[in-house]
Design a protein around this ligand. Sequence first.
Ligand SMILES: *Cc1c(COP(=O)(O)O)cnc(C)c1O
Length: 868
Amino acid sequence: MPIRFSNLPALLGGTLLQAPATDATIATLLLDSRRVGLTEGALFFALRGPHHDGHHHLAALYAKGVRLFVVSHALASLEPFAGAGFVLVPAALAALQTLAAAHRGTFQRPVWAITGSNGKTIVKEWLAQLLAPDEDICRSPKSYNSQIGVPLSVWELAPGRHTLGIFEAGISERGEMARLARIIAPTHGIFTTLGTAHDAGFASEGEKLAEKLTLFERPGFELLVYCADQPAVHAAVQARALPALAWTRHAVPGAALRFRLKPTGAGTTVRVRLGEAGLAQSLPAGQPALLAATRFTLPFADEPSVENALHCLAVLLWRQLDPATALAPAEIQRRLLRLQPVAMRLERKQGRHGCYLLDDTYNNDLAGLALALDALSRQARPGGRTLILSDVLESGLSGPALYARVLALVRAHGITRLIGVGEELSYELRVKSEELRIGVSETAKDQQSQLLTQTYPTTEALLADLRPTDFQNETILIKGARRFGFERVVAALQQLQHGTVLEVNLDALTHNLQYYRQRLRPGTKLMVMVKAFAYGSGSYEVASLLQFQRADYLAVAYPDEGQQLRENGISLPIMVLNPGPDSFEQLRRYRLEPEIYSLERLHDYLQAAQEAPTGTAPLPPLHLKLDTGMRRLGFDENDLGALLELLAAHRAQLPVASLMTHLAAADDPAHDDFTRQQLSTFQRMAAAVEAVLGRPVLKHALNSAGIRRFPEAQFDMVRLGVGLYGVEAGDEGSHNLLPVSTLRTTVSQVKTLPADTTVGYGRRGAATAHERRLATLAIGYADGYDRRFSAGAGLVLLHGRRAPVVGSVCMDMVMVDVTDIPETQPGDVAIIFGEGLTINELAERIGTIPYEILTNVSERVKRVFVSE
Ligand SMILES: *Cc1c(COP(=O)(O)O)cnc(C)c1O
């Protein structure tokens, strides 16, 4: 039974505030006012968090056409919302979860839940790959496994269409699993591993395990698959007497399946035996002969992949017990060999001719397409929006129904050009345009939409016809199912690269942002420093993400940096730390707010304000920098008298937006007395300025380290910098931050040097008494690889091992010793910094600070931005 809006008050325990003009069936759930796609049947939940309140966006949503709302506090007036429906509930998140649970109740087929600390997403994706030929599967998109992600995923279950659900459940705190269990209501489950991730919310390992297992302790639960080689998990499952299928690589008692593994080159051979608690005994009668003494090959050799694949194999073997789902062993083998590594990343890359590429070529189902289109519509960049799309797979819908949904999504996301690849999509698009031509479906909407379409039966046909010059200053989403090989399309449209790439992980950036946000008192504003090319990470992408995440302010060092952000569509307020005396017209034109740090600059500002011809826009407001101990820029206490006089005399022409100071040693406990003195000087000076202005103004003092160490000094705003990028100088707490950047390059050549041979310029690579192997890497000081790394000071990672620098770092190259890493070959990837070799460690090795390592990476190094 579809759920209608009129069902909601009873279902959610809420009150009807206003009935909608039409009682629509609920089609989509909407939580984010920035991601409005289809509005018909879209139900918005006004969630509230410490720094965000969905109720603030009701008017904007209404303007976009959304008509159905769940709110948790009554509105002052419903007058502006004519025809819209409102239900009032005690808590919107709980209501969302209740609605999803009710929807789940309408689905009678098996639902698998996957939990554990690692591998959830991969096991889910692989299980879906393995079962796809036999089942119509609804699964969580990407790793949607949270209190919000799970209800959204489960909502996608379509009772008439899907035959199986597979959902991930992830928790970080006590009490969360019970809520997820109610929504997923699994009949089957997989417990992957009990790791140490997300430990913070739990008192002990045991407590975390107990919490996770509550997912499966429910009436109607039929089977848990897990690895008995984890003693704590095995004991806990047995103690609870859960219906289970355990597997072991050894001979753990109580395991129904024993897997004997043997590495075979790039793969692993698995011999299957029934354990002493054989499947035949522990499960309903079946055909154990299908299982016993069978041998399979997995296309993986690494430990985590093998473990994940074994969970899936156990599920396939269990399905052998039911003649309805049993497969020939050769078919199981065929499917195992076709397992694909899971790379669900969306990569953002610079394209040719001013284009910007969103590369998402892993799979293409409806849920994934909707997410990728969201990512595209989040781009602030002006210019056309092109979608290159393959046939959409795994939808379970008929062609016309499927592509009507696809086209509706495409229209809702403002796509201007659609390039369709694949027989099915081309056919449907051609039918559609034919209908339009002969007037069968000539709706006003179709006529208005400026959507250009082109179709190709195959990727090869598209490539043959592809001229990069046909794409100019566009944002292009390339979204294709794996078998269409769209990476070739990406390669054709991408800017040429030299071998060095800085990979910036936008998910890690978001994580770090939330870490600092959680430290702010409600209402404290957040300014983020994106100066110096966002600490080397790429200003536009970082700014675009911050705009999406609703930072309050950005700050850049120079007006040109601000102008560039504006030209790329960034609309957040921007402060400029160092406006030159001649920059006021630029500031006015691009709405950049200057930091004013001296009487001269204040006079410049005043003059620019007074000399502006009538009718010009006013100058943007200014920020006064007070020097309380940094001794760099700012008014110090001696200047205060003159400053106050000027402000008093020209109050109308000097609009002060904020007062700020910068701490000299917020990161160092040895100087805490000095820091406190700075803060009290700031308060005293700020009070004097406010007295003259006759009103309070925003005040801010804290940088990254300050946010962490001086929560009492947040005032009205803080200025987050280096911490966002995953490093914080001298921070014992920085294990809370995730590394954001990975700098990598490639091996150009490998040489074997006889003993007594010197290396490089000035023969600074001293001769050795033994033969050695050297690899030459495609990175040098012109890329930002510091010359101080010469002669053993620096290291790189090759095949996970450390190779020391030999001789001097050259302009474009550097040589490293790979004698102990014999498998090194030309074309191999070398990590300069990233996982396993941190920026902090490198900084220490050459006696500098992480800021310098980060910002040194030169602009000629390509940035690639990845997110899930
Ligand atoms: C760079 C900068 C910050 C940020 O400092 P981090 O140490 O990177 O957090 C804050 N305020 C001002 C004025 C800055 O110049």
